[in-house]
Design a binder for this molecule. Structure first.
Ligand code: S3P
Length: 447
């Protein structure tokens, strides 16, 4: 009997192992991807804070935005059925979130927890407790607690106020000009959201520009914002009311990246990924792959509810190694694991530097990317702040693990398309955090 190209085994605790046997066939045709995770979170949050109704189309139905919806429902926002084509949010108004009767659980989602923290801290006379899964409870929260505390917030947590679970006693906060030591949209957005109920200017300056979905959407909802790109500085002129809007969520470029790399490295591919968000603060993956000689073109470029969108066509090509670092890193931070997979099949040695942030993502992505690709026969070394990847790899299928990290699970699945024999990815259910139908699409287009 011929082994199926994709075998999914689910155990009693809903853990999945995916066994992938490459078919060798190129990826062809037109493919749709789920909604952008960052924009999905923000549409639910701003919808909950706005007066009137927000209508959202294309919301990502991943585990992470589901957590955001559950948290804001627990604080009084009326959010309709998430499965519907249009999701509606009846907001409460800025500063009007209600004290929840139970712990808010952000699950695996750093964006839910960090952005929400700015809102909770700025709701006087209300008390909140927040937590997350084992991964999130080990991720650094001091990066948001520190500036919020400087604004007058009262937050307590484990490990000397550095780790969740956290307890928050809401306060009237004061304006701040925060010079963030890291380029993090979660830090920036947390402070700006706190600024909505502050009388005065809340200012964040970053070392390099991180994704700007919050700035775009806050403006669209009626907040007064000044952005100085050259100075990498955003000013929110508070206090600010928000008005419900229509948001059409584009496809997530971070999810498109798996298929871009698959089409680049699997021979005879010619794939169009439709309706992808191409906000310039997110398109570092396009720049890096083009630098590697990938055959990528953007078609049908347009703007949809304030975000640039395009269809992305990728054809197979012989990739070349590259060295990336600096300002490019925040623009492709979530794509480094899949970029490492691309680099395995390039000519030469690729270096990825200035990416120490990867060590505090859903897993230590530097260590896990290196160790799991090396299990498959690759030669990837860890740098303190990145990876060095030998091109021209020959991979052999074996057992690997996602370490409960969605982006690792999917990157390994794409690597398996160029491995001989069967690759089994354990804890592959993690993919549902950002891309629930990933396995079906893999089967449809690549196996
Ligand atoms: C996100 C910001 C990034 C990114 C994460 C989503 C956001 O995190 O890695 O997946 O939606 O603001 P940092 O801000 O910590 O870099």
């Amino acid at each position: 009997m011929v082994a199926p190209a994709l075998l999914i085994k689910t155990d009693a605790s809903a853990r999945q192992a995916w066994t992938i046997t490459a078919s060798g066939r190129g990826l062809q045709g037109r493919l749709q991807i789920p909604g952008d995770k960052s924009i999905s979170h923000r549409s639910l949050m701003l919808g909950a804070l706005a007066s009137g109704e927000t209508r959202i189309k294309g919301l990502l139905l991943g585990e992470d935005p589901r957590r955001t919806a559950a948290c804001f429902r627990a604080m009084g926002a009326e959010i309709s059925d998430l499965e519907a084509e249009w999701v509606t949010v009846k907001g409460l108004g800025v500063g009007q979130l209600q004290e929840p009767v139970d712990v808010l659980d952000a699950g695996n989602s750093g964006t839910t927890l960090r952005l929400m923290l700015g809102l909770l801290a700025s709701h006087p006379e209300r008390f909140f407790t927040v937590t997350g899964d084992a991964s999130l409870r080990s991720r650094p929260m001091a990066r948001v607690i520190k500036p919020l505390t400087a604004m007058g917030a009262q937050i307590w947590g484990r490990n000397n106020n550095r780790l969740a679970p956290l307890a928050i006693q809401g306060q009237i906060l004061s304006p701040i000009h925060y010079h963030s030591p890291i380029a993090s949209a979660q830090v920036k957005s947390c402070i700006l959201l706190a600024g909505l109920s502050i009388d005065g200017d809340t200012i964040v300056t970053e070392p390099s520009i991180s994704r700007d979905h919050s700035e775009r959407m806050l403006r669209a909802f009626g907040a007064h914002l000044t952005v100085d790109h050259g100075a990498r500085r955003v000013t929110l002129h508070g206090p600010s009311q928000l008005q419900g809007q229509t948001v059409i969520v584009p496809g997530d470029i971070s999810s498109a990246a798996y298929w871009m790399v698959a089409a680049a490295i699997v021979p005879d591919s010619d794939l169009v990924i439709e309706n992808v968000g191409v906000n310039p603060t997110r398109t570092g993956i396009l720049d890096a792959l083009q630098q590697m000689n990938a055959d990528i073109t953007l078609e049908n470029s347009r703007e949809v509810t304030g975000e640039p969108v395009a269809d992305i066509r990728v054809r197979t090509s012989q990739l070349q190694a590259c060295t990336i670092g600096g300002n490019l890193i925040p623009r492709l931070i979530d794509e480094v694991p899949i970029l490492a997979v691309a680099a395995l099949f390039a000519e030469g040695t690729t270096r990825i530097e200035d990416a120490a942030e990867l060590r505090v993502k859903e897993s230590d992505r530097i260590a896990v990317t290196a160790s799991q690709l090396n299990h498959l026969g690759a030669s990837v070394s860890e740098l303190p702040d990145g990876l060095e990847i030998q091109g021209g790899a020959t991979l052999t299928g074996t057992d690997v693990d996602s370490f409960t990290d969605h982006r690792i699970a999917m990157s390994l699945a794409i690597a398996a398309l160029r491995a001989s024999g069967a690759t089994t990815i354990h804890q592959a259910e993690a993919a549902a955090v950002s891309y629930p139908p990933f396995a079906q699409t893999l089967e449809q287009f690549a196996l």
